[in-house]
Design a protein around this ligand. Structure first.
Ligand code: SF4
Length: 76
């Protein structure tokens, strides 16, 4: 299982994660911060759990390019 986490309140809206992982992130028109698609919020952390292991490379790249360092990737 692939687990991606976004600490959304610290997002600076740079769009890099969307460019790196368009199947995982988009920008919100409302507040200009990144949205982690299909994720659920828990205490400020947005979590996506998926069996789509083909998204791992995109997730890892998004984690690397995020200047705020608020994207985490775990593989279980
Ligand atoms: S790369 Fe990081 S700071 Fe930039 S929009 Fe995505 S989550 Fe926000």
């Amino acid at each position: 299982m692939l687990i991606v986490t976004l600490q959304r309140d610290k997002c600076i809206g740079c769009n890099y994660c969307v460019e790196a992982a368009p199947e995982l992130f988009r920008m919100s028109q409302k507040d200009g911060k990144a949205v982690l698609l299909r994720s659920k919020e828990k205490r400020g952390f947005w979590n996506l759990k998926t069996h789509r292991m083909d998204l791992t490379a995109q997730a890892e790249t998004a984690k690397e390019v995020c200047p705020a360092k608020i994207i985490q990737v775990k593989i279980l």
